[in-house]
Every structure is written in structure tokens, then in C-alpha cells.
Design a protein around this ligand. Structure first.
Ligand code: ADP
Length: 463
């Protein structure tokens, strides 16, 4: 097939991405099961050496990847590099360093009733893992769980988002070229009906990242078949800024945490609670910092764009509703003056005086919108932050670390960052995941490999 030039970088075959029909699901599962049979018997060193080959290939093809990710999502290439590509490289390095240790059989000390016997816990791969991923970090959120599942000895079927098909096709080509045996990783690019059909084929584990609404459907379908799941869902992350915080650092954290990826991040900062004495100064400084961001669409841009018209509409509805109910638009453009369809740039928005019952405070926004509210004391800040169905992550900003740790313990979230932005938690070393409607289960860290395994207990009596 002819190659197509896209912004100076040749991107192969992107116009002719072949979608996998839902009917192909049974064949995909059959191939995955056959492949699992041999893959599980390979040593972990053999599996890790293929992952190392994948890492080298990604480095070689990095420019191409940045271009494709940026084209599919609208994010600047530098963000495609830092938050999609480098995160994957980091995760592979982690697997190379830690997976063997995490999956090593574990001797257990047993009581006198088991005298003379040896007890060992081993980690057995589950079988075929189905990974269903979203469009906001189409490379990272697809490939990282695949790496962890493969390192643990599973075969994987990946169904990436239909919104970013070129990234899906790129991922498929990388695994092919890295030399993974046929069927060990199959990338099935298609819409939600393909995902649904793949679940009907009864994979041994489902790792899903996406919306709460879809997560609940997946969980129902999985429950019918008793398939275990990890669900990485949405968030409405709060940031609590006390009066003794370093103001400039906190504002910078707010800008990065709320506007990276144009706010289309599950752990985006969407609600900022600022202690009263510094509230006005915080809002003014935030407004000034946001005004300095470049949004020119070129290589030098700080901000990308919304990825889809559908998401732009969700943001529009929430902002219009908030303003109609008394919120003040401190910076940004009122949705009635937004560009019409076809232009996905809407400018960052700062809202104050927002009614806490409005959608922009209660639902995930997934766009460049920051709500800033004042609070009087610690108890009020904790109450406000926890007043959400979501519980992914949060941040606390103060120079009093004892206070920060106390507040952190009271926050109903999967992780809390003290004096840093929530995005810093997205690394392969720390377990990550949500509570409440933000999800079930964790990945990353040593646990990240073990979730893709059964723990099998052996009791050995040498006789
Ligand atoms: P978003 O990516 O916009 O947050 P979703 O949560 O709906 O939206 O989608 C995440 C992933 O889940 C996508 O790959 C999508 O195709 C897939 N998906 C959506 N609905 C279903 C479903 N009912 N069964 C299986 N997969 C689904």
C-alpha cells in the first residue's frame, strides 16, 4: 500500500485501517487461547526480552508515534511524547526490573499444625486478558496494562478506542514488529459492539479504562460470567489549597493538573478549594497564568484541543448551565461564542461562584474547565472534597505536612498528592486506581503484575 505523508512524517496505511468485525471475536479468542498455551510456558526472561525489543522499537519510531497520537487526539506532540510514549517506556523498564521479583513464588511460614510441610504461593497467569481502552491517552492506557498482563504470562486481546484508530493500528504494528509470537497480542480495532462481543467470548480477565457509565455495563456483563475485572473510571478530582501553601507552586500545579491534555484526563483537577485568606489572590494568579498559555496549534503550543465534538458538547452543556445558575466566568469564552463544529478549540475556562449542585461540580467535565471555591477551615475542605460520587485522586497543598497527611487520610480517593499535581501519580511504581464510582482494583507497582495472576497455594509434604 502507498504511504501517506502527514505533517512531514510518513504514516503508513493510516487511511485504510481495517476494522475488526464483531463476528471475528470467536476467532480472536481461539487464537489467543492457542497462543496462551505456549506463551505461559516461556520463561519470564523470554517474555521480558520481547518487551525489551518492544521498548527499543518504540524509541526508534518515537517521532512517528508522536505524530500519530497528536493527529488522533489533538494533543501537542510534546504531550504525546511525555504522557503517552515516555510513560509506556517507563512501564516496560519497570517490568524488566520488577516483574520477576513480583511474580516469584513466595514461601509462607505456617503454624505447628502444618509442621514438616512446606507452603509456597505461586503466581499463575489467568489466561486471556481483554483490555478495553479509551481515547484520551490512547497509547499509554492501551499499552501499559498489556505490558503488565504479558509480563505475567497472559495472552492479550486489546480493543482500543474507535476514536483513535490510527494509534490502535500503530500499536498493532509495534507488537508485530517486536516479534511477539502470533496470537499473543491481538489488537482488535472496532466500536463498542466489538468490545461487547469479545466479553461474550469469556476472557479470563477484563481490564477496562473508560467512563463510569460504560464501566457499569462492563461489570454487569462480566458478572454474568463471573469474569474478574479492573475498572479504571472517571474522576472529579479536588485540589485543596491551604493559606500556608506556596502560592505560585500551587497555581502552577493547578494549571498543569487541570489543563494538560485539555483537561481530558480522568485525574484532571476539576475542583479547587482555596482557604479564604488567599482565595482572591489565588484566582487572580491563576487567571494570569492561564492567560500566558499558548494555544496556537503549532509545534510551540502549550494547549491542544478537545478530541471529539461529543466531548465539546458535554463541556458546553455544563458551562452554560453553571453560568445560567449564577457562576462567574473569570476567564475563557462563554459557550454561545465558541467556534462552531469543526473547531475543537474552546479556550480554558475558570469559573467562580459555582452552585455546588450544578453539573459542572457533580459530573466529570473532561475539558479545560476549572471551578474555584473558597473554604473556611480544614473540616469544610474535607467535606467539600468528599462530596462527590467519584474518588480517584486529590491533592493537598500546604507547608504543614502533618496537616496534609491528616487531610489525606480523610479524603475518599485512591491516591492523594501532597504539594504536587495528581498526574505525578501516573507512574509504574505506585499502585493506582479509584474508590467509589472511580473504579475497582489497582494497577502499577508489584501488584500490577499480580492482578493478572491467580495465586495458587502449594502445600508440600516431602514424606
Ligand atoms: P470514553 O472512551 O469516551 O470514555 P467509553 O467509556 O464508552 O467512552 O469507552 C471506552 C472504551 O470502551 C472504548 O474502547 C469503547 O469502544 C468501549 N466500549 C464502549 N461501550 C462498550 C460496551 N458496552 N462493551 C464493551 N466495550 C465498550
Amino acid at each position: 500500500m502507498e504511504s501517506t505523508t502527514l505533517h512531514h512524517v510518513p504514516v503508513r496505511d493510516w487511511e485504510e485501517i481495517e476494522l475488526t468485525p464483531p463476528d471475528a471475536s470467536a476467532d480472536l479468542m481461539r487464537r489467543a487461547r492457542e497462543a496462551f498455551d505456549t506463551w505461559r510456558r516461556k520463561s519470564i526472561d523470554e517474555r521480558l526480552s520481547l518487551l525489551r525489543a518492544l521498548r527499543h522499537l518504540i524509541v526508534d519510531r518515537m517521532d512517528e508515534g508522536m505524530e500519530i497520537i497528536s493527529q488522533d487526539t489533538g494533543k501537542p506532540k510534546v504531550e504525546a511524547l511525555t504522557s503517552d510514549i515516555l510513560t509506556v517506556l517507563d512501564a516496560i523498564r519497570h517490568a524488566e526490573k520488577r516483574a520477576k521479583h513480583a511474580l516469584k513464588p513466595r514461601r509462607v511460614r505456617t503454624p505447628i499444625s502444618l509442621i514438616g510441610k512446606r507452603s509456597v504461593v505461586t503466581y499463575q497467569p489467568r489466561g486471556v486478558v481483554l483490555v478495553i481502552s479509551p481515547w484520551n491517552y490512547p497509547f499509554q492506557l492501551s499499552v501499559v496494562p498489556v505490558i503488565e498482563a504479558l509480563a505475567a504470562g497472559n495472552a492479550v486481546i486489546l480493543k482500543p478506542s474507535e476514536v483513535t484508530p490510527r494509534v490502535g493500528a500503530w500499536i498493532a504494528s509495534l507488537f508485530r514488529e517486536a516479534g511477539f509470537p502470533e496470537g499473543v497480542v491481538q489488537v482488535a480495532i472496532g466500536e463498542k459492539d466489538l468490545g461487547a462481543r469479545l466479553i461474550e467470548e469469556h476472557p479470563d480477565y477484563i481490564f477496562f479504562t473508560g467512563s463510569v457509565q460504560t464501566g457499569k455495563i462492563i461489570q454487569q456483563e462480566a458478572a454474568k460470567r463471573l469474569i474478574p475485572t479492573t475498572l479504571e473510571l472517571g474522576g472529579k478530582d479536588p485540589m485543596i489549597v491551604f493559606a500556608d501553601a506556596k502560592l505560585n507552586r500551587a497555581v502552577q500545579g493547578a494549571v498543569w493538573g487541570a489543563l494538560t491534555n485539555y483537561g481530558q484526563v480522568c485525574m484532571s483537577v476539576e475542583r479547587i478549594y482555596v482557604e479564604e485568606p488567599i482565595y482572591d489572590t489565588f484566582v487572580e494568579t491563576l487567571k494570569r497564568e492561564v492567560a500566558r498559555l499558548r494555544s496556537n496549534g503549532g509545534d510551540e503550543t502549550d494547549l491542544g484541543t478537545m478530541t471529539t465534538e461529543m466531548q465539546k458538547e458535554i463541556v458546553r452543556r455544563q458551562v452554560e448551565d453553571a453560568v445560567a445558575n449564577g457562576a462567574k466566568l473569570v476567564s475563557g469564552i462563554h459557550p454561545r461564542d465558541w467556534p462552531k463544529s469543526g473547531d475543537l478549540r474552546i479556550q480554558p475556562i475558570i469559573l467562580t461562584g459555582v452552585d455546588t449542585r450544578s453539573a459542572v461540580m457533580r459530573e466529570e467535565t473532561f475539558g479545560p474547565v476549572i471551578c474555584v471555591l473558597p473554604f473556611r477551615d480544614e473540616a469544610e475542605a474535607i467535606r467539600a472534597a468528599n462530596d462527590s460520587v467519584y474518588g480517584l485522586s486529590a491533592s493537598v497543598w500546604t507547608s504543614d505536612i502533618a496537616k496534609a497527611r491528616r487531610v489525606a487520610q480523610s479524603l475518599e480517593t485512591g491516591s492523594v498528592l501532597i504539594n504536587d499535581v495528581v498526574l505525578a501519580i501516573a507512574n509504574p511504581y505506585l499502585p493506582f486506581g479509584g474508590v467509589k464510582e472511580s473504579g475497582i482494583g489497582r494497577y502499577h507497582g508489584d501488584e500490577g503484575y499480580r492482578i493478572f495472576c491467580h495465586e495458587k497455594s502449594l502445600l508440600i509434604d516431602r514424606g
